[in-house]
Design a protein around this ligand. Structure first.
Ligand SMILES: C[S@@+](CC[C@H](N)C(=O)[O-])C[C@H]1O[C@@H](n2cnc3c(N)ncnc32)[C@H](O)[C@@H]1O
Length: 403
């Protein structure tokens, strides 16, 4: 097969999310005739691995900071080298039956199958993370309990934190407590060498103020003076984030979009990126949606790699990038990003990219309320104070276009 890639994947990971290759279609047909329990058995750990060609993902966009694919995440992961990614932030579908405007996957399946599907990409994410790299997964309580219990048993990673986020605008469910919190599970890959120590930057946000009188809401118990060194030139105090974020809000969707993407506000991935990576690190998000992670990464000079299975999500990311950074593409992968990919994939990419006849980013509409995306100051709710960054960085990152 022209497009086949000799990767080895567990059948499990693949079969759940659909794929265009003939082998997989045949495989799916076989699966249809199986009972649910035998399907679940196939997915269970220790079941026989099935080897079949994995389709090489085709790139839809490259710029001097990142690369975007429109593909199944398992295809992308199979092209990435072990121990190369500095930070994973990802926000998978929650199995709540949301309509993502694609027939390539369904966001409602048997719970056990969903959980086992999550295990398959989580295992891959752990493999590609560098020692000391961070794994951060956005989820809702039901799944962070289950997935957290499973992750904590993995000897290659260790638990760091569970960040709770207040989710405004949730709707009540009859007979249960009103759900209003989501979470980010944070693990790090174990490391042996001192230089691989996990990155942890103190991230700060503006001390909340009363919107009526403009005074600080928080009581500093007589110690307010001590915090003066964390004031900016306008006298605004920036305080350290904790593992409870109550200032997060749902993203305001662009009304001009035909289909609404289930998109996070940029300041959620932004905080994680500032906390667990440094400029010029590589951030991976395998469930890109409307591209909030890639946006936050590029805004803060991190390289990024991403994909989404749905065409509408991919187009939404491209619209976002076209609006903010223009339609210019790069001729080649940034060198730092190229190092994350298997050599044979880099060769394949270069051939395909140089042969391409059209550029998808030229075909997408700009976002109508684009001005809110253009000014990082409007978006950014968090920062790492300069003096702290300078200790960690020797230079300010510049885009790396050479290869
Ligand atoms: C909750 S959304 C992510 C939203 C994103 N964090 C944002 O802020 O825009 C989950 C995304 O995962 C994508 N998806 C689902 N299954 C996938 C798969 N197997 N491979 C890649 N993407 C997938 C969906 O199309 C959807 O856009």
């Amino acid at each position: 097969m022209k497009n086949s890639f000799p990767g080895i994947l567990k059948s499990s990971s693949y079969a759940l999310q659909g794929s265009p290759t003939i082998e997989i279609r045949t495989f799916l047909k076989e699966r249809k005739s199986k009972s649910l329990s035998s399907e679940v058995n196939d997915l269970k750990e220790g079941s026989k691995d099935r080897v079949f060609p994995v389709e090489k993902p085709d790139t839809v966009y490259v710029n001097s900071w990142g690369i975007l694919f429109n593909c199944n995440c398992m295809n992308l992961l199979s092209t990435i080298n072990d121990n190369t990614i500095d930070l994973v932030f990802t926000d998978p579908p929650f199995n709540l039956g949301k309509d993502y405007d694609t027939s390539k996957f369904h966001d409602r399946q048997d719970s056990e199958k969903y959980e086992l599907w999550c295990h398959s990409w989580l295992k891959e994410l752990i493999r590609v993370l560098r020692p000391g790299g961070s794994l951060t997964i956005y989820q809702w309580p039901k799944w962070f309990i289950e997935l957290g219990a499973w992750l904590s048993k993995n000897p290659d990673i260790e638990y760091r934190s569970l960040i709770s986020l207040k989710m405004k605008g949730g709707f009540p469910i009859k007979g249960r407590l009103h759900p209003s919190n989501y979470g980010i599970l944070n693990y790090v890959k174990k490391w042996a060498k001192k230089e691989d120590k996990p990155t942890f930057n103190v991230v700060r946000y503006k001390s909340p103020i009363c919107r009526h009188c403009g005074k600080e809401i928080r009581d500093y118990g007589g110690y307010r003076e001590k915090f003066r060194k964390f004031e900016d030139k306008n006298g605004i105090l920036w305080i350290q984030i904790s593992d409870f974020w109550e200032d997060t809000r749902p993203a305001r969707y662009d009304k001009s979009r035909k289909v609404q993407i289930n998109e996070l506000p940029v300041h959620i991935p932004e905080r994680v990126i500032l906390m667990a990576s440094n400029p010029r690190d590589v951030v991976l998000d395998i469930f890109g949606g409307g591209g909030s992670t890639y946006h936050a990464a590029q805004m803060h000079r991190r390289y990024w790699i991403g994909c989404d299975i749905a065409d509408t999500s991919t187009q939404a990311t491209l619209s976002r990038f076209a609006t903010i950074w223009g339609r210019q593409e790069a001729d080649d992968l940034p060198r730092r990003v190229a190092r994350c990919f298997k050599q044979e994939y880099v060769k394949y990419f270069r051939r395909k990219w140089s042969e391409r006849s059209n550029s998808l980013i030229n075909t997408v509409p700009l976002l109508r309320n684009g001005e809110k995306y253009l000014d990082p100051k409007l978006l950014s709710k968090s920062k790492v104070l300069k003096s702290h960054v300078q200790k960690k960085q020797r230079f300010l990152a510049k885009p790396d276009t050479s290869i």
